[in-house]
Design a protein around this ligand. Structure first.
Ligand SMILES: NC(=O)c1ccc[n+]([C@@H]2O[C@H](COP(=O)([O-])OP(=O)(O)OC[C@H]3O[C@@H](n4cnc5c(N)ncnc54)[C@H](OP(=O)(O)O)[C@@H]3O)[C@@H](O)[C@H]2O)c1
Length: 223
């Protein structure tokens, strides 16, 4: 089994951590306030979960999920993530999460920001399109007819394969969209971001499964 480090253990990080524990992975949770604030959550998740600092979570993970507000990206530790596979869940939503000056200035697009910061890590964009409450609703065993596909993008084939294996273990098919730059096709505002929403686009409604074919059609609209 895999050890998964979490930098950010809020809504999306917490939902992924829960699925990971159910799948039998070990997890190391971290946040901005320190391990003490996560002890209860870790205890509730069981013996496979522990709380740590961000540096410890980064160093412990075979794969490391970054799930923090994008404005805090500079606080993701660089050194322990060298050579590691990092899952980038981040979306840019300046109205809700605050503006990032280098994005606003056009220096770096939001979907490339974490890789630019973690120059020597293998960043794979994944799970940025799934509303946290929909994750457990959509997870299915391999081969289920209504299993959903999750778009991924990254520049390193081996890293994408590792992330695809993790995604499979969590109850989804990975749909490889291509290099990291192609993750713009499932960024906020694109049709693929709405893949699992009901036809009225209601987040509160139950999630609607989306197959690889459904996803491909939505991604094509953003080409
Ligand atoms: N919510 C969703 O359904 C969803 C879906 C897909 C993608 N996303 C993306 O995922 C990211 C996280 O969203 P969220 O909704 O999960 O946010 P959230 O519920 O507010 O959780 C954010 C987490 O990040 C931690 N954090 C904040 N600053 C940090 C720092 N400097 N170092 C380490 N940890 C830090 C927070 O810890 P403290 O509480 O200790 O500050 C918290 O655990 C965002 O970029 C969002 O766009 C969200």
């Amino acid at each position: 089994m895999t050890t998964i480090g979490f930098i950010g253990s809020g809504r999306i990080g917490g939902a992924l951590a829960h699925l990971a524990v159910v799948a039998g992975h070990d997890i190391v949770l971290s946040n901005s306030r320190g391990p003490e604030s996560l002890r209860e959550t870790a205890t509730q998740l069981g013996t496979r979960a522990r709380a740590a600092t961000t540096t410890e979570a980064a160093a412990a993970g075979d794969l490391v999920v970054v799930a923090i507000p994008i404005r805090a990206y500079r606080q993701v530790p660089v050194e322990p993530l060298r050579g590691r596979v990092v899952i980038d869940t981040l979306n840019y939503d300046p109205a809700r999460q605050g503006a990032v000056p280098e994005i606003e200035a056009g220096d770096t697009p939001p979907h490339l920001l974490l890789q630019a910061h973690l120059r020597d890590a293998y960043v794979v964009k994944a799970f940025s399109t799934v509303f946290f409450k929909h994750l457990p609703q959509l997870a299915r065993p391999a081969g289920a007819p209504d299993r959903s596909a999750v778009p991924i993008a990254g520049d390193h084939a081996a890293a994408k394969a590792a992330v695809a294996a993790l995604i499979d273990s969590l109850g989804f098919d990975a749909y490889d969209v291509g290099p990291l730059v192609e993750s713009r096709r499932f960024a906020p505002g694109t049709p693929a971001q709405l893949a699992y929403l009901d036809p009225d686009g209601m987040f509160a409604a139950p999630a609607r499964p989306a197959s690889a074919a459904d996803l491909a059609a939505l991604l094509d609209k953003a080409s």
